[in-house]
Design a protein around this ligand. Structure first.
Ligand code: AMP
Ligand code: MG
Length: 334
């Protein structure tokens, strides 16, 4: 499978040809790597669902290169949309609004609303512009597994099922975009992500959260179990007796800062030695990929403070930790 350097214009030109021809290209964004298809080509979008083994009830985010283009695909309300786009685009904020007829139902899983964002990575913007298409792009990984933040993660997980990978280095933000619904009177967060809720609230004033997505999914795609490692992971307080390896057990630890007395673990991943949440988010998925590759008995993550990007990180860790009975996990099979 082909991997091209995303900073080269010939690579972008080839990727754009593939998109226009109905193919699939994995491309870098500032959040995670996306698996892009022409959003207005239902056959191409169908292949995205197939390659990812993504349930057809889980809508896909449409990526555009300007607020003007966004308005071709979504009907943006007068209240907060313009100010949010001006302040936070390009960037890790996805807006959910009523869709226009240009968007085929397969993109939105049949919903009357569409999720749209303008990514900040120059290669993503170049690809959208050069192909002259909006890109329907979920994360470039099999559904439910750990998201890719490096081109090698995409190659490891999707290898020969896609047409091209554009390598744009490590994703700077490292967690998916914040998904914000503008369909009601008050903006509502559907998914915590790369733009902290506090920052959005500073602009819109009042902000709602969807009901705890783990208990009562409100939007399709707020899947209970997601971002999952093959090795079972638990989120445990540092003092919890289960947070320590039992004798003969090989346990990996994911911690925000350097933990004390960590020598009993088989591997330790520190997300940010200084406790910086941005750095932690940027390192999160790569650290999970590394721990998972070691094929340890289990993984433990210490909880992070849920302020700023900590909310998005904890959301990912909690979903990673959910075990589905009868599947992988303690007592289950790999
Ligand atoms: P992903 O592309 O996997 O990062 O996830 C996109 C997520 O955005 C979905 O799983 C939904 O939670 C959310 N989303 C996308 N489209 C819509 C929509 N029309 N209405 C509500 N949520 C949406
Ligand atoms: Mg995903």
């Amino acid at each position: 499978m082909k991997i091209l350097n995303a900073s080269q214009s010939e690579a972008i030109a080839e990727a754009a040809r593939i998109i226009r021809g109905g193919g699939l290209v994995a491309f870098p964004t500032e959040t995670v790597y996306g698996l892009g298809a022409d959003a207005c080509n239902p056959m191409a979008v169908a292949r995205v669902y197939e390659v990812k083994r993504r349930p057809r009830i889980d809508p896909i985010i449409v990526h555009v290169a300007s607020p003007e283009d966004a308005k071709l695909y979504g009907m943006f309300p007068d209240n907060f949309a313009n100010i949010l786009m001006t302040r936070f685009w390009p960037g890790p904020l996805t807006l959910v609004v009523p869709r226009t007829a240009r968007i085929p139902p397969i993109v939105t899983a049949g919903l009357d609303t569409v999720a749209i964002r303008m990514p900040a990575h120059p290669a993503a913007l170049a690809l959208i512009r050069e192909s002259d298409r909006a890109l329907a792009a979920p994360s470039a990984n099999p559904f439910g597994s750990v998201s890719p933040t490096e081109a090698s993660h995409v190659a490891d997980q999707l290898s020969d099922q896609i047409d091209l990978i554009l390598d744009g280095g490590r994703c700077a933000v490292g967690v998916e975009s914040t998904v914000l619904s503008l369909t009601g009177p008050v903006p509502r967060i559907l998914r915590a992500g790369g733009l902290p809720a506090e920052t959005i609230r500073d602009v819109v004033g009042e902000l709602e959260w969807s009901a705890d997505a783990l208990e009562r999914p409100e939007a399709p795609g707020q899947m209970e179990r997601h971002y999952a490692t093959l090795t079972p992971l638990e989120v445990l307080e540092e003092g919890d007796p289960n947070a320590r390896p039992r004798s003969g057990e090989r346990v990996g630890l994911l911690s925000l800062t350097d933990p004390e007395g960590c020598c009993t673990y088989s591997a330790v991943e520190v997300l940010s030695p200084t406790g910086d949440m941005r750095e932690a988010a940027a390192n999160l998925f790569a650290a999970l990929h590394r721990l998972d590759h070691l094929k340890l008995d289990r993984l433990v993550a210490f909880p992070l403070p849920e302020r700023g990007l900590g909310a998005a990180i904890m959301d990912r860790l909690r979903r990673c930790a959910v075990r589905v009975s009868g599947s992988r996990g303690p007592g289950g099979k790999r």
